[in-house]
Design a protein around this ligand. Structure first.
Ligand SMILES: [Fe+2]
Length: 314
């Protein structure tokens, strides 16, 4: 059906929707029609001015230009707008006893070294108190999963990830660990700190202009994967952190909060590893659910992002 050329605001939305109606892939069709419907409704609702529209283009252009293999401004936008957590919550709707997931964030890097149990990911961090994180990787029947891979990353005591720290040109605060026959893992690190997300770009300007703070509560990142199980991307959080209730990226879930306990005298693994007190320990068991049918997961997504970053760095 031919559309009139003297368009009203309603005519143009209808014509754009009609143009996308013929999209062969049904999922892409659903996404494009939903996107156009809501995008047009948003522009009409706020009566976006030409100057504001141009500002939005400039912001997106600047965000794109900031992205490199070490900086992902679009993930920061997604995280600070709460979109990452909505996607996470849709993907993991049913509580089933498995460890809850949370945002992947912009700071994962490929190539972290595989370390033995008790290996120290914080070997260059002399400021933070030594900390041992231990626990088990289990299935939903609480049986151990042997050989699960735990990909761990964390900010330094300075609040910076290695990729943000210009004094470093190597990977730091990252490691991969394997669970043993009893499902046990042991990570040596330093006490995680709260930190502000990078605010020297458009995301930072948005936070300031809207009266929001950029802080994230202290946490350690994990991606845990094992053959036959669905990988989980998550964090563990420090129960004492003042930002648990106002995480800049909305990523806190109650089940992921744990106690980092201070010790004044060495015992157990701390003695074996030669750790002098005071030090901290945290215990957390991860529960994985059996793999669903093959689908795109975060590991595929991180490989694609890494490829994008490598291209940006060229
Ligand atoms: Fe983080």
């Amino acid at each position: 059906m031919a559309m009139p050329h003297n368009k009203t605001e309603e005519d143009i939305t209808a014509e754009v929707l009609q143009r996308f109606e013929q999209t062969p892939d049904p999922r892409l069709r659903q996404i494009m029609l939903g996107l156009i419907k809501h995008l047009h409704a948003f522009v009409k609702e706020v009566e976006l001015t030409e100057a504001e529209w141009f500002q939005a283009i400039e912001i997106l252009t600047e965000a794109g230009r900031m992205c490199t293999d070490k900086r992902q401004e679009f993930i920061l936008f997604s995280d600070t707008l709460g979109v990452s957590m909505v996607v996470d919550l849709i993907a993991h709707r049913k509580p089933d006893g498995a460890t809850e997931s949370t945002v992947f964030g912009p700071f994962h890097r490929l190539g972290a070294p595989e370390l033995p149990a008790g290996g120290n990911i914080a070997r260059l961090d002399k400021a933070g108190p030594p900390t041992l994180v231990s626990g088990r990787v289990l299935n939903l029947d609480d049986e151990p999963i042997e050989g699960a891979l735990l990909d761990v990353w964390q900010a330094q005591s300075s609040g910076l990830y290695d990729s943000q720290d210009e004094s470093l040109n190597e990977l730091h605060m990252r490691g991969k660990f394997r669970s043993d026959a009893e499902g046990r893992y042991l990570v040596r690190t330093v006490l995680p700190v709260n930190y502000p997300i990078p605010s020297d770009g458009p995301v930072g300007r948005m936070l300031r202009a809207t009266g929001r703070h950029p802080w994230r509560p202290a946490h350690i990142h994990f991606v845990i994967s094992a053959d036959g199980y669905e990988p989980v991307t998550t964090h563990i959080f420090d129960r004492t952190d003042p930002y648990l209730g106002s995480d800049a990226v909305f990523a806190v879930k109650d089940s992921l909060i744990c106690d980092f306990v201070r010790h004044e005298s060495a015992a157990g693994e701390a003695v074996r590893l030669g750790i002098d007190p005071p030090y901290y320990t945290a215990e957390f068991d991860f529960r994985l659910k059996p793999a669903a049918e093959q689908r795109t997961n975060v590991l595929d997504a991180q490989r694609r992002l890494a490829a994008l970053g490598a291209r940006a760095a060229e």
